[in-house]
Every structure is written in structure tokens, then in C-alpha cells.
Design a protein around this ligand. Structure first.
Ligand SMILES: Cc1ncc(COP(=O)(O)O)c(C=O)c1O
Length: 420
């Protein structure tokens, strides 16, 4: 069991009051998480003591900075059970997914090939493929939903059986529904029907809440956003299976300094070291360090414990919010399967039968409760479900059941204002 009281001490931002004397209840970690002092201090220490560019100098600070960068890459890769060479650091999950499109898609897709994504995706894992298909002439097929809560796996399998699929991209944990998708099952039918297809997993909302083992999941690409898992903004990454990098199937998509071997007037050859090859220009060393410290922080808590904590909050929020007058909680009833795997994690979204999501979020904010409202960058999902907008409470390790009680209490104010 996580001790949130101890954890909260690492997040002084959460001890502030807002709107006068209201305790800040931060339930918007799905958008970005708060950062513990350990991460903030690591960034500050890097700038105070080690600032210098990497790889290009022979002086002490450059050596130190290079060491910080390489050690950080190793720690982050290990957090995902990957090798340091397999990690490409990016600014956010969106950039990581775009990297797949430019570095792999543009070099491997041709007219008539099929890319599969789903109606549950964040725009980052859909619009990127729409654009890739426009550039290459490939065709995008989008798997629909079942019962407004899970992927239609029968439709998914049918699409794979009937089409020359080259790329399959889907989300691990939905940022709107919280649904945890059955990665092993999906991967197994991709391998069965279209064995040469590459698989992209969007782990933006799973990596903060559950153990994520890159090789164990048997996907080719995995995108994550460090800023949602206690790391600084600007810290994220893409994991790519090493064989794809070694045989050049995945190519660099950013060119310039740092990633070259020899440069002549009209041509250049590129670095053999894979981490150099995919690090064009000056890297954000401080963010890499912050991300590494965040990974260590989560590993020290234990990702299984983090998952249990998150699931208990999701379950509690689902139960409490389902009892609020006029409120409909969307997505699956939280449950675990025979192996103890939760069917949903990270967040609980809801719709009031009379109060618009934005009004709801504003009133809750006036009570100190920070939630997000709108389509959460999942417009196709909202359209498919017939929802104009939802309000989302999302969690991280510092949240407690008292936070959810505060959210539920804040609905008294909604009642007062709207007379509901
Ligand atoms: C499931 C999912 N994928 C992708 C993204 C995009 O992440 P980023 O903001 O790091 O680009 C998000 C952000 O909320 C997300 O929830």
C-alpha cells in the first residue's frame, strides 16, 4: 500500500490553498502530473553544477553532462525493461508518435497498404496516421467501440484478416474511458493474421499507473509521456525494437549535428551508435535527468503498488460518483480479472444530465477541485458515444480517497447553483 501522506510531502505544490481558503485538490494528472521535489531538485542541480553541451566537448563539464545524459537514458530505458539504445527521447508523446510516422511510416508504407487505428485513440495516435496515409497513399481503417467502453475486438480481427495491414496503432489505457486494452490478445491476433505488421502502443496513460514492460508486451514501438509520470514537461520518449533500428527499417527523422559520422558538401554519413543517430541537435539533458529521477521515484514506490493505489482510487471514485444525483460515469465498472489485472485505470469521466461539462469543471474549481472538461483530445470517441463533452477526474500517486470525497462534496455547490 502506498502511503500517500508520506508521498504528499514530496509535492509541496499540493499543499497550497486556492480561491481563498480552499484546499487544492488536483485531479488533472491525466493531462500532466505534478513533479516531486526530487525531480525539481535534480533539474536545478544539473543547471547549477553540470550545465554544458554533451558529446562535443573534452572539458570537465561536458564530460559530466554527457555522463548525466547517458546514465539518465539508461535508467529510463531500464524502467521499461528496454535497452538504452532502444530509447529515443522526445518532448512529448505526440512527438514520439510523429517520429514513428516520419522515421518508419514514410520509409515503409506504399499506396494501398493499410494502417489500423481505433476510435478510442487520443488525437495524437490518429491524426498522425491520417496524415501519414495522405503522404503515402496508404489507407486508414479505424476499429470501433463496443458498449461505449471497449474496443470491438471482433471488428479489429476482421480488419486484420481482410486487409494488407502494415501498421497497427492502439492505446494501452484510454485517457477518457480509463479502459485498459488487452494488449496480449490484440498482439496475438495481429501476429496471427498479419505477421509482418508493426505494432505501436500508446502508453501515455499506462506508464504512469502500471508496470509497462516493452519487450514483454511484444510491440514494435511504444510511446510514453514522462510529464504524465512525475517527470518534467518536455520529457517523453519512444521505444523502438532494436532490430528495427539496427537493420535501418526505422530511420532518423531529424537530421543535423550530433547524429552524423562524416559530412561533405553534398552528402553525409550517419552515426553508427544508435542513441547518437536519433539525437540530432542539443538534447534536453536536464529533462532527461528529471525523467530518470521520476522513473527511480516510481520504481522505489513499486509499479505494482502504484497500480493497486490507482485502481483503488478509480474504484472508489466510480462508486461515489455513480451515486451523485444526475451524474453518469462513463466506461467500465472497475474490476480485476483472474490474474489481478484491472480493466480500467487512471481516470473517471462523467456527464451531468443537465449541467454542461465546462460549467461543471468551473464550479468544481471554485471549490478547489481541479478537473478537466471537454473532449480530452478524443473527439471520434465522443462522437461515437454521442457525448458532446465529458468531465474527467484523473489520478496519480499523491491522490487520496479524501480527494475524491472533496470532489463529491463539491457537487453540493453544483446543486446550489443549478438548483439540481
Ligand atoms: C492516451 C494519450 N495519448 C497521447 C497523448 C498525448 O500526449 P502528450 O501531451 O505527451 O503529447 C495523451 C495526452 O493526454 C494521451 O492521454
Amino acid at each position: 500500500m502506498l502511503d500517500s501522506k508520506v508521498i504528499l510531502k514530496d509535492f509541496p505544490i499540493l499543499s497550497q490553498k486556492v480561491h481563498g481558503s480552499k484546499r487544492l485538490v488536483y485531479l488533472d494528472s491525466g493531462a500532466t502530473s505534478q513533479k516531486p521535489t526530487q525531480v525539481i531538485e535534480a533539474i536545478s542541480n544539473y543547471y547549477l553544477h553540470d550545465t554544458s553541451n554533451v558529446h562535443r566537448g573534452v572539458h570537465t563539464l561536458s564530460d559530466r553532462s554527457t555522463q548525466v545524459f547517458e546514465d539518465s537514458r539508461k535508467t529510463v530505458a531500464e524502467f521499461f525493461g528496454a535497452e538504452s539504445d532502444e530509447l529515443i527521447l522526445t518532448r512529448n508523446t505526440t512527438e514520439a508518435i510523429n517520429g514513428i510516422a516520419y522515421g518508419w511510416g514514410d520509409n515503409n508504407l506504399k499506396k494501398g497498404d493499410v494502417v489500423v487505428s481505433t476510435e478510442m485513440e487520443h488525437h495524437a495516435n490518429l491524426v498522425v496516421w491520417q496524415e501519414l496515409c495522405k503522404r503515402t497513399g496508404a489507407v486508414l481503417k479505424v476499429v470501433g467501440l463496443k458498449d461505449k467502453s471497449t474496443l470491438d475486438l471482433a471488428e479489429f480481427e476482421d480488419i486484420l484478416k481482410q486487409n494488407p495491414v502494415k501498421l497497427v496503432a492502439f492505446v494501452h489505457v484510454s485517457n477518457t474511458l480509463g479502459t485498459v486494452n488487452p494488449v496480449a490478445e490484440i498482439v496475438s491476433f495481429v501476429k496471427k493474421h498479419t505477421p509482418s505488421a508493426r505494432i505501436v502502443l500508446d502508453a501515455a496513460q499506462s506508464a504512469p499507473h502500471m508496470p509497462v514492460d516493452f519487450h514483454g508486451l511484444k510491440v514494435d514501438f511504444l510511446a510514453f509521456g514522462g510529464h504524465k509520470m512525475l517527470a518534467p514537461m518536455g520529457a517523453a520518449g519512444l521505444l523502438v525494437k532494436k532490430s528495427l533500428l539496427q537493420d535501418g527499417e526505422m530511420k532518423p527523422w531529424l537530421f543535423g549535428g550530433g547524429m552524423i559520422n562524416q559530412v561533405h558538401k553534398l552528402d553525409a554519413s550517419y552515426a553508427e551508435d544508435l542513441s547518437d543517430l536519433f539525437t540530432a541537435g542539443t538534447p534536453d539533458v536536464a529533462s532527461a535527468k528529471g525523467l530518470a529521477v521520476a522513473c527511480e521515484y516510481l520504481s522505489d514506490l513499486g509499479m505494482k503498488e502504484v497500480m493497486e493505489h490507482d485502481f483503488s482510487l478509480v474504484k472508489y471514485a466510480y462508486e461515489k460518483l455513480s451515486k451523485v444525483d444526475g451524474l453518469m460515469v462513463v466506461g467500465l465498472k472497475p474490476e480485476k480479472d483472474g490474474q489481478g489485472q484491472p480493466n480500467r485505470l487512471g481516470s473517471v469521466s462523467f456527464i451531468h444530465n443537465e449541467v454542461h461539462a465546462h460549467d461543471l469543471a468551473q464550479i468544481l474549481d471554485s471549490e478547489g477541485v481541479a478537473v478537466r472538461s471537454g473532449h480530452h483530445c478524443t473527439m471520434p470517441l465522443h462522437i461515437a458515444c454521442g457525448w458532446q463533452a465529458t468531465t474527467r477526474a484523473s489520478f496519480n500517486v499523491y491522490n487520496t480517497k479524501e480527494d475524491i470525497d472533496a470532489l463529491v462534496r463539491a457537487f453540493d455547490r453544483v446543486l446550489k447553483i443549478f438548483g439540481k
